[in-house]
Design a protein around this ligand. Structure first.
Ligand code: IPM
Ligand code: MG
Length: 368
């Protein structure tokens, strides 16, 4: 059987730095576990624009469609702010999501015990937190037409369209219900049905899918603004949250801070099943390219490492190996190893990006 294949798109800013640590772990699997991945690397985002004049070439897009999993670092940076919208680094990422049809974006927010003191929220609010936001990723206001900046009555008008078909809502709802069944069997759906027709339809379709196919799952609905408030007030009331593209973007950044640092949050973006029975998939940290600290070996690679662990679980059926990586991260944190973003009030000296990676690999070694 062919080795599992991975396309690495490290991207911009801290992307290449955090991805270097994932490459160490991929290497570790080859050397120590005999699990060999066929890895190819390519460009996405600003670095692709610098070379090709586009944030994602057709050739790279085609490669992404062929591999078992894509690992992405981050895209964007101030240097590219002046570019035309159509070639901005972010467009490369959005094209991957759209053309691979990665409609279900899983963003787990888990608070490791060692970091419970570190969140800006009180310890008892976040300790033991384990929730997943399922964000719709291929539709909604990110992609809806019409869009643009036009002139009307002698002034500029910015237009974006929030648009969801019932099949788009139903498929992401199913993925949230399936996930909930493997967890604590609870789904909370968030929209703004009080002010948006797309929200009314969202609520109806989620309820219908539930009643027809998943009535064993405990389903509730919340307006997204109230949901944001509840996420801060008592996040442990949630298990799986399902929401649209834009609300999911906001709510997942907020959920990240519950865990102590945006540098901790992995994500998996999954599409429909391929011939081999696995979903098309792209894995990326939730954090962005962090231009302010890029190139300084300060970035926390854990979100990217945990994204690779998600790949092991969802693309390669290696749940035990995924757990091994997650446990290694947990152990390293418990041992007090901290990158700069995780330095609490207690002070101390932060480790570099690569020292954090080495510490994880050392625990992996010890796990054998
Ligand atoms: C995210 C990011 C992206 C988004 C950007 C980089 C396009 O914020 O993945 O959350 O808005 O979806
Ligand atoms: Mg975001």
């Amino acid at each position: 059987m062919a080795n599992p294949s991975i396309l690495i798109l490290a991207g911009d800013g801290i992307g290449p730095e955090v991805m270097a640590e994932v490459k160490k772990i991929i290497g570790w699997f080859g050397n120590r576990r005999g699990i060999i991945f066929d890895v190819t690397e390519d460009l996405v985002g600003g670095c692709a624009y610098d070379v090709h004049g586009t944030p994602l070439t057709d050739a790279t897009m085609a490669k992404a469609q062929e591999v078992d999993a894509v690992l992405l670092g981050a895209v964007g940076g101030p240097k590219y702010d002046v570019l035309d919208f159509s070639v901005k680094p972010e467009r490369g990422l959005l094209r991957l999501r759209k053309e691979m049809d990665l409609f279900s974006n899983l963003r787990p927010a888990q608070c490791f015990d060692a970091l419970a003191d570190f969140s800006s929220l009180k310890k008892d609010v976040v300790a033991g937190l384990d929730i997943v936001i399922v964000r719709e990723l291929t539709s909604g206001v990110y992609f809806g037409e019409p869009r643009g900046i036009v002139i009307e009555d002698n002034e500029r008008v910015g237009i974006n369209t929030q648009r969801y078909t019932e099949s788009e809502i139903a498929r992401v709802a199913r993925s949230a219900f399936e996930l909930a069944r493997r967890r604590n069997n609870k789904v909370c759906s968030m929209e703004k049905a009080n002010v948006m027709e797309s929200g009314i339809l969202w609520r109806q379709v989620v309820q219908e899918v539930h009643d027809k196919e998943y009535s064993d799952v405990d389903l509730s609905h919340m307006y997204a603004d109230a949901g944001a408030m509840q996420l801060c007030r008592w996040p442990k009331q949630f298990d799986v949250i399902v929401t649209d593209n834009l609300f999911g973007d906001l709510l997942s950044d907020m959920a990240a801070m519950l865990t102590g640092s945006l540098g901790m949050l992995p994500s998996a973006s999954l599409g429909s099943l391929m011939e081999n029975g696995r979903p098309k998939a792209l894995y990326e940290p939730v954090h962005g390219s962090a231009p302010d600290i890029a190139g300084q070996c300060k970035a926390n690679p854990i979100a990217c490492v945990l994204s690779f662990a998600m790949a092991l679980r969802y693309s390669f059926d290696m749940g035990d190996e995924a757990t091994r990586v997650e446990k290694a991260v947990e152990k390293v944190l418990a041992d007090g190893v901290r990158t700069a973003d995780l330095m609490g009030l207690e002070g101390g000296k932060p480790v570099s990006t690569s020292q954090m990676g080495d510490a994880i690999v050392a625990v992996l070694d010890a796990s054998l």
